[in-house]
Design a protein around this ligand. Structure first.
Ligand SMILES: O=C(O)CCC(=O)C1=CC=C[C@@H](O)[C@@H]1C(=O)O
Ligand SMILES: [Mg+2]
Length: 338
C-alpha cells in the first residue's frame, strides 16, 4: 500500500428532524448469547434511498458511535456504489458455545461452507475452544473453511499457544488474536512458519487510522465492516488503499444493516472470502418479513424494507427509545460540526 491515509468521504448529514421522523428503535431477542448480548438494540430510519440502520453497541461513546451514524446516512442518503454481484456467500457465525451445541448453531446457516468460530471467551478454556473448533470441523468436513476470532483477548504467548493447539483444524485465518498492532506483528512473525494468516478486525474498526495495521505489515487480511468504518463508500476507500485481501463482516446488525454490508460486498472489486453477513440467523426475530437468512450459503443483495408489525412487535421499551433518540441527536451534532 502507499503511505497515503484514508481518503476523506464528506459525510452526508441530513437534517435531524428528517432522521427522527421515521426512526424506530427495536430490541431483537437472540437465539444464543453472542458477545455477552441476548437482546440486540438498533435504530432504523428511512432516507431517500430506503431504510438504513444505526446500531453501535450501547457501551460505545458518542465519538465512536458517530462513525456508525455517518454509515447510516451514507446508506440512506448517498449515491450507492455499483453492485458487481447479486448474491453474497456468507459464513456461519459460531458463538463461544459448548461443543455439543455446535451442530444446532450450524444448522441455522444452511449451505455455509465457512464457519467463523469465537474463541478465547473469558468464561471458557482453551480445551473448550479446541472442542468447539473440532466439532465445527467434524460438521463441515475437510473442505469446509474455519476461521477463529479471539476479539483481542489473548496476549502474544497465549495466542501462540492456542494457535498451535488449533492449527490441526486447518484454519483459514485467526481474527484479532491480540490487541495491538505491535502484538499482531510479533505474533505474525512467530506463527509464520505454520502458514497461519492473521486477520485484523478491532485494529481496523476501532483504530483512529484503520490503515495503520496494513501499513505496519501486522496482518494478512483486513476485516471490513460498513457501520464502524463510516459507511459503504468510506469502507470501499479503505479497501482500495489497504492493498490486502479483505473480508466483509457486520456487527450483529438487523437485516437492514446486513443489507448495507451486502452492498459493500457487492461493490468490492474482489471478494475472495465468505462474508460475516449471515447473523440474522442468530436472532429470534428481525425487523422484516424477508430477513437475510442464509440460503444455500448466501444472502441476496438489495434493500430491505421493515415490516410495520415486526417493528411494533420488537419495539424497544420507551426508556430505551428515548436513550437512542438522544444518542442520535448527539452523534448528529458531532457529524454536523465536522
Ligand atoms: O463475522 C461474523 O461472522 C459475524 C460478525 C461478528 O462476528 C461480530 C459482530 C459483532 C461484534 C463482534 O464481536 C464480532 C466480531 O468481532 O467480528
Ligand atoms: Mg472480529
Amino acid at each position: 500500500m502507499s503511505g497515503a491515509s484514508v481518503p476523506v468521504i464528506p459525510p452526508v448529514v441530513p437534517p435531524l428532524g428528517e432522521v427522527l421522523a421515521s426512526a424506530r428503535i427495536v430490541a431483537l431477542p437472540m437465539v444464543t448469547r453472542f458477545r455477552g448480548i441476548t437482546v440486540r438494540e438498533a435504530a432504523v430510519f428511512e432516507g431517500p434511498n430506503g431504510w438504513t440502520e444505526f446500531s453501535p453497541f450501547i457501551e460505545y461513546g458518542d465519538e465512536e458511535a458517530s462513525a456508525w451514524l455517518a454509515a447510516a446516512f451514507d446508506y440512506g442518503w448517498a449515491e450507492p456504489p455499483a453492485a458487481l454481484r447479486s448474491s453474497i456467500p456468507v459464513n456461519a457465525t459460531v458463538p463461544a458455545v459448548p461443543a455439543a451445541e455446535v451442530a444446532s448453531v450450524l444448522a441455522r446457516f444452511p449451505g455455509a461452507r465457512t464457519a467463523k468460530v469465537k474463541v478465547a471467551d473469558p468464561g471458557r478454556s482453551l480445551a473448550d475452544d479446541v472442542a468447539r473448533v473440532a466439532a465445527v470441523r467434524a460438521a463441515l468436513g475437510p473442505e469446509g473453511r474455519i476461521r477463529v476470532d479471539a476479539n483481542a483477548l489473548w496476549n502474544v504467548d497465549e495466542a501462540e499457544h492456542a494457535i498451535r493447539a488449533l492449527e490441526q483444524f486447518d484454519l483459514e485465518y485467526v481474527e484479532q488474536p491480540v490487541a495491538t498492532i505491535d502484538e499482531l506483528a510479533e505474533l505474525r512473525r512467530r506463527v509464520a512458519r505454520l502458514g497461519i494468516l492473521i486477520a485484523a478486525d478491532e485494529s481496523v474498526r476501532k483504530a483512529s487510522d484503520p490503515l495503520a495495521v496494513a501499513r505496519a505489515g501486522a496482518a494478512d487480511v483486513l476485516v471490513i465492516k460498513a457501520q464502524p468504518l463510516g459507511g459503504v463508500r468510506a469502507a470501499l476507500a479503505i479497501v482500495a488503499e489497504a492493498g490486502l485481501p479483505c473480508v466483509v463482516s457486520s456487527a450483529l446488525d438487523t437485516s437492514i444493516g446486513l443489507a448495507m454490508g451486502a452492498s459493500l460486498a457487492a461493490a468490492l472489486p474482489a471478494l475472495e472470502f465468505d462474508c460475516g453477513l449471515g447473523t440474522s440467523a442468530l436472532f429470534e426475530s428481525d425487523v422484516t418479513d424477508a430477513p437475510l437468512l442464509p440460503v444455500e450459503g448466501a444472502i441476496p443483495v438489495g434493500r430491505v424494507v421493515p415490516s410495520p408489525s415486526l417493528l411494533a412487535a420488537n419495539a424497544a421499551p420507551e426508556s430505551r427509545r428515548e436513550w437512542w433518540l438522544a444518542r442520535i441527536e448527539r452523534c448528529h451534532a458531532l457529524l454536523a460540526a465536522r
